[in-house]
Design a protein around this ligand. Structure first.
Ligand code: GLU
Length: 295
């Protein structure tokens, strides 16, 4: 079976050099292994994703000379797959509704921090400080029936009790040079959100469901997602999904050393192209040798 790779952008802005690097690495890995390259559109956040960005992704990747299989999987069209995975985790007793708004959570964190530092996740966000896990079934039913919005969170402590010695196979490298068999530390993320009242999934849940459904054997993606792999491995084990290998790559940074953002015009593929850059020039800029021209 040819190995399967995927590039999985979110259509919430225009692609920049960092995306080009990731997409080209996936494309080259697929070529050198005789594998397949899939494009997956991660569009579950209906408030930020727009069809015009998806059209631009298609155009920009095509312009770069990247070819991928069709049809493209669009996450918004597969919510029932994520709901099924969520139901499985709920049946294991690992999911609970939390009713605090973002503002309430910020207040709770501030109150906790008055008594000393409050733990943060690997992305720097404070861990969930709420007590919703302790609500009784009756209180949950009453709150849900009253129409209050809620997030469905993973009971991380209970989830971690079910798995031991969780690791992943890192073929690339982490921010501190981690490679080979890397120990997963999902507990560093606290009770992550798996779904919301109006969206039956989250980034973490849909990415593991899709990688499994699409048979992805090697996940090639930016180092900014290195630590999230701990959560992905945990969900894979809980859901009985196969384990892919991971190849995290370094991030392309701007002149000030900052991670590129979708709004930074100087490194946008569209701007570079309008300024006369060629696909070969983009490959040179991100440091990928062309297998077409041998350059
Ligand atoms: N959709 C994610 C992003 O645009 C990438 C997900 C992944 O590669 O796992 O950052």
């Amino acid at each position: 079976m040819p190995p399967v790779f995927r590039f999985a952008p979110s259509p919430n802005g225009f692609l920049h050099l960092g995306h080009a690097y990731s997409a080209l690495l996936n494309f080259e890995r697929a070529r050198e292994t005789g594998g397949r390259l899939l494009l997956r559109i991660e569009d579950i956040d209906a408030t930020r994703c727009r069809p015009e960005y998806e059209t631009a992704i298609d155009e920009d990747l095509g312009w770069l000379g990247i070819a991928w299989e069709r049809p493209v999987r669009r996450q918004s069209e597969h919510l029932s797959d994520y709901r099924a995975a969520l139901d499985k985790l709920s049946a294991l007793g690992l999911v609970y509704p939390a009713f605090e708004s973002r503002a309430e959570i910020a207040r709770l964190v501030a109150a906790r921090e008055a008594g000393g530092p409050w733990p943060r996740d690997p992305d720097g966000a404070p861990l969930y400080p709420g007590e919703a896990k302790a609500l009784t079934a009756g209180e949950r039913t009453r709150l849900i029936a009253s129409g209050v919005p809620y997030a469905l969170r993973l009971d991380m402590a209970a989830a971690c009790r079910r798995v031991a010695g969780l690791t992943w196979n890192e073929l690339g490298g982490g921010p501190d040079g981690e490679c080979g068999t890397v120990p997963a530390r999902p507990e560093a993320w606290g009770d992550v959100i798996l779904a919301r009242k109006e969206t039956p999934t989250s980034y973490h849940l849909s990415v593991v469901v899709d990688d499994a459904l699409q048979g992805v054997g090697e996940v090639v993606r930016g180092q900014d997602l290195f630590h999230a792999t701990s959560v992905h491995r945990l969900l894979q084990v809980l859901l009985g999904l196969p384990e892919p290998a991971y190849r995290h790559h370094g991030l392309i940074r701007d002149e000030a050393g900052r991670k590129l953002s979708k709004s930074s015009q100087a490194t946008g593929l569209r701007e570079l192209r309008a300024g006369g850059a060629s696909p070969e020039g983009i490959r040179r800029l991100v440091g990928i040798r062309s297998s077409f021209s041998g350059g």
